[in-house]
Design a protein around this ligand. Structure first.
Ligand SMILES: Cc1cc2nc3c(=O)[nH]c(=O)nc-3n(C[C@H](O)[C@H](O)[C@H](O)COP(=O)(O)OP(=O)(O)OC[C@H]3O[C@@H](n4cnc5c(N)ncnc54)[C@H](O)[C@@H]3O)c2cc1C
Length: 393
């Protein structure tokens, strides 16, 4: 399987486009299928951590994405009632991984799409994949393509190929993109404000959209998963009043929201495939594991999966490359899934005990050495080697 393979990639998202570029560079023949009718990212912004930045560098688009994004050097959160800090994690001021890259999905997508396009990787659009068997892929319009030596399912959280059944989380968030306004808030920090764990508002600096110079910000507001309609019915003024009472500095960001449609509801789920491959299909990214974005790792995980899969195929040396990929990623994925499961309810839940532990126990502990360095490694994605045994090759 480590000679040149005929590979189909389902999903031209973050993981799919990264896998397409890396597997192409490793000498394989690639074809990418996506259900969209035109290249299109969805959603607002995200943070690419240093481990994910390494993958962008391998693809050759790190400088471009750094130029378009915003360098985030600290994540800082405070309690709304007492104005006390309850989260304070800094990237290393020097050395490897000095920042998280805040970037709008459109800019990241544009860079990845351009990288695939410049490699002449064939992209098939309007291709809604419904099933696969024996190396063939079936589409909603009745077409069938194949056979392929390998099918990479990178179709994200709505994958129709992945057997993963993820658990819905009680809280999601509404997300919107606005211009970075005149404000005293620093443009190199992710800022959040909480009241217990049932209220959270945050601002993430993003850099510019493709082809533009205006710096942007993502604004997010935590909502119980089933309460989006209630939020709309209550009206924007009620929400802005609530939010600015919690955090007055958010006002110039929210002033730019004049229509509820500017905020998109994202619902979160949590789950992990025990075995991320089945027959000739291998699962990467959200098709293999899903978590809330609390630790800011989902896109990194998709990028690392793409990197690990390519390395596993390249270095298989007679072993089953899919088993090698699975083993290489297992510890890192499970570690981050476990941390996400523990931390998410501290920031998004109806509990009053968990946020009290967060503020009175965890925050003070987090400021005592060596915990700051451990938390930085957790956020950077380097808590444990991301590619397991493949890291040493
Ligand atoms: C609000 C929010 C904020 C987030 N913030 C962060 C963050 O700060 N940092 C971070 O690392 N992660 C973050 N994440 C998570 C991150 O966005 C995902 O983990 C990441 O996008 C997963 O990449 P992927 O390639 O698996 O899937 P996606 O990027 O979702 O791509 C899936 C692709 O598959 C296509 N597709 C779907 N179904 C089909 C089908 N049937 N046939 C063909 N094509 C199909 C879709 O059109 C899409 O192009 C956040 C997520 C959300 C919702």
């Amino acid at each position: 399987m480590n000679t040149s393979m005929n590979i189909a990639i389902v999903g031209a998202g973050i993981g799919g486009l990264a896998a397409a570029c890396l597997l192409h560079d490793a000498g394989h023949r690639i074809r990418v299928f996506d259900r969209f009718d035109a290249p299109r990212p969805v959603g607002s912004g995200l943070v690419i951590q240093p481990v994910g930045q390494d993958v962008l560098a391998q693809i050759g688009i790190l400088d471009q994405t750094v130029a378009r994004g915003a360098k985030v050097i600290r994540m800082f959160g405070h309690d709304a009632d007492h104005r006390r800090p309850v989260l304070n994690v800094r990237y290393d001021p020097k050395g490897v991984g000095t920042f998280g890259l805040g970037i709008h999905r459109a800019s990241l997508f544009d860079a990845l799409w351009g990288a695939a396009d410049s490699r002449d990787i064939p992209m098939v659009q309007n291709a809604d994949v419904t099933a696969s068997a024996g190396g063939f892929i079936d589409f909603a319009d009745g077409n069938r393509h194949g056979p392929f030596d390998l099918i990479v399912d990178a179709s994200g959280s709505s994958s129709k190929l992945s057997p993963l059944i993820a658990k819905p989380l009680p809280y999601g968030a509404i997300w919107g993109t606005v211009d970075w306004p005149e404000t005293s808030l620093p443009r190199d920090e992710l800022r959040q404000t909480y009241r217990r764990a049932d209220r959270m508002i945050g601002v993430l600096p993003l850099g510019a959209m493709p082809g533009a110079d205006t710096p942007k910000a993502a604004v997010f507001w935590s909502l119980p998963a089933g309460s989006y309609d209630t939020w709309r019915e209550a009206g924007l003024s009620a929400w802005k009043n609530d939010a600015t009472t919690l955090w007055p500095e958010i006002a110039p960001f929210l002033d730019q929201i004049t229509d509820a449609d500017q905020m998109t509801m994202a619902r979160y789920t949590h789950g992990t495939l025990r075995k991320p491959y089945r027959g000739r299909v291998v699962f990467i990214g959200d098709a293999a594991h899903r978590a809330s974005p609390q630790l800011g790792q989902g896109a990194n995980m998709a990028l690392l999966d793409a990197q690990a899969l390519t390395a596993a195929i390249t270095h298989a040396n007679g072993q089953d490359p899919l088993a090698l990929y699975s083993a290489a990623r297992r510890a890192h994925v499970w570690c981050y899934q476990a941390f996400s499961r523990v931390f998410t309810p501290m920031y998004q839940s109806d509990s009053s005990i968990l946020p009290a532990i967060r503020d009175r126990v965890m925050y003070p502990l987090s400021q005592i050495s060596p915990t700051p360095a451990i938390l930085t490694a957790l956020v950077k994605g380097t808590m444990i080697p991301p590619l397991g045994s493949l890291d040493r090759r």
